[in-house]
Design a protein around this ligand. Structure first.
Ligand code: PMV
Length: 354
């Protein structure tokens, strides 16, 4: 039997939405009810590293996440694997004696090993980096000749927010309007160098796993929240355009106003859901009040906040100097004690947009 193993490793950062995706119009294809905009973190910080391997000696597809074997039988994994296999090309590596033809991929099996370099339990958008990395590494392995936007439509079928991690910098996920989802793709608004004064600090308020998964939370919101309908139809379309302008002009005041308003509206939609969903806790609320007070007292915004499906604060400081003041403030108001779960998690050397 042939003995070779052919493998590829890729690294993909996570992303944080400043205009939130919340609600699917198609749960199978993962098509959203509105556009969303995010910022991709520096690839060296919060990221997933995935190695994918193929060998004639593998008898089935298998995957390990942080060293523990997980099942690939779920539709999210199956959809990504099927879409990538369908686009696979010929691969030849003479040195290693590897020659795989397009038609061989249907029969060959894969081993996938994925690691998050950040606490997976902390609910820091691990699925976004994870599925983006899975799709990207498989596409490299199988010589898939597609641009990142096409790959984003595949990653989207693993986890909606993952489609935005195929690009660096500022990224928009266009909801699209086709039924097959082919136009529901990510596009880059500005690259990672465009606004590199910004510093992102993630304050880990609680490392407990969220009680309501984004999948079931979104479903309940779509079924019960009138505010969600209003948000998707009347608010986000305008807000998305304004956010694009703010990013283009590096207008921090507008960027902050829009990010904070959108985060708060997303959590208001959660509260408007029946039964209500609470992702933020008292500490999250205290952080919001402190940032709001600080921004008001300075006259011009210094820090934007945004919260995903959990209590952890993502704080975006306008520059490095403000970021240092922010860290000092966090340490003063939330002194780290061994008996408290409030730790500030600083992303690397504090700068994510190098
Ligand atoms: O991609 P999912 O299913 O993990 O949903 C992500 C939802 C939010 O993080 C709350 C918002 C977003 O746009 O990332």
């Amino acid at each position: 039997a042939e003995k070779w193993v052919y493998m590829v490793t890729a690294q993909t950062p996570t992303n944080i939405a400043v205009i939130k995706y919340w609600g699917k119009r198609d749960e199978v294809r993962i098509l959203p009810v509105n556009d969303s905009i995010s910022v991709t973190l520096d690839p060296d910080h919060l990221c997933t590293v995935t190695t994918v391997a193929v060998s004639p000696s593998f008898d089935r597809d298998r995957m390990w996440l942080n060293g523990k074997e997980i099942s690939l039988s779920g539709s999210r994994y199956q959809n990504c694997l099927r879409e990538i296999r369908g686009r696979a090309g010929d691969v030849e590596d003479k040195e290693k004696g590897v020659k795989i033809e397009k038609k061989d991929w249907e029969k060959l099996h894969l081993h996938i090993a994925s690691h998050n370099n950040f606490p997976t339990a902390a609910g820091l958008a691990s699925s976004a980096a994870g599925f983006a990395c899975l799709v990207f590494s498989l596409a490299k392995l199988m010589n898939v000749d597609e641009d990142p936007s096409h790959l984003s439509a595949i990653a989207r079928q693993g986890s909606g927010s993952a489609c935005r991690s195929l690009f660096g910098g500022f990224v928009k996920w266009e909801m699209g309007n086709k039924e097959d989802g082919s136009d529901s793709v990510a596009v880059q608004l500005a690259d990672e160098k465009h606004w590199n004064d910004l510093v992102i600090i993630i304050a880990v308020v609680s490392s407990r796993q969220k009680e309501t998964s984004s999948t079931s939370g979104m479903r309940e919101s779509v079924e019960t929240s009138l505010l969600l309908q209003h948000r998707a139809k009347e608010v986000v379309p305008k807000r998305t355009l304004q956010m694009e302008e703010a990013i283009k002009n590096r207008d921090f005041a507008s960027f902050t106003q829009l990010s904070c308003a959108d985060s708060n509206q997303f959590h208001a939609v959660c509260l408007d859901t029946s039964p209500p969903i609470f992702y933020m806790n008292d500490t999250s609320h205290r952080i919001i009040s402190l940032v709001e007070k600080w921004n008001r007292s300075e006259g011009t915004p210094q820090v934007a906040y945004t919260f995903d499906a959990g209590p952890n604060a993502v704080l975006i400081a306008r520059n490095r100097k403000v970021a240092i003041q922010l860290l000092q403030g966090l340490l003063y108001y939330f002194p780290p004690k061994s008996d408290t779960d409030m730790k500030s998690y600083v992303v690397g050397d504090n700068s994510i947009l190098k």
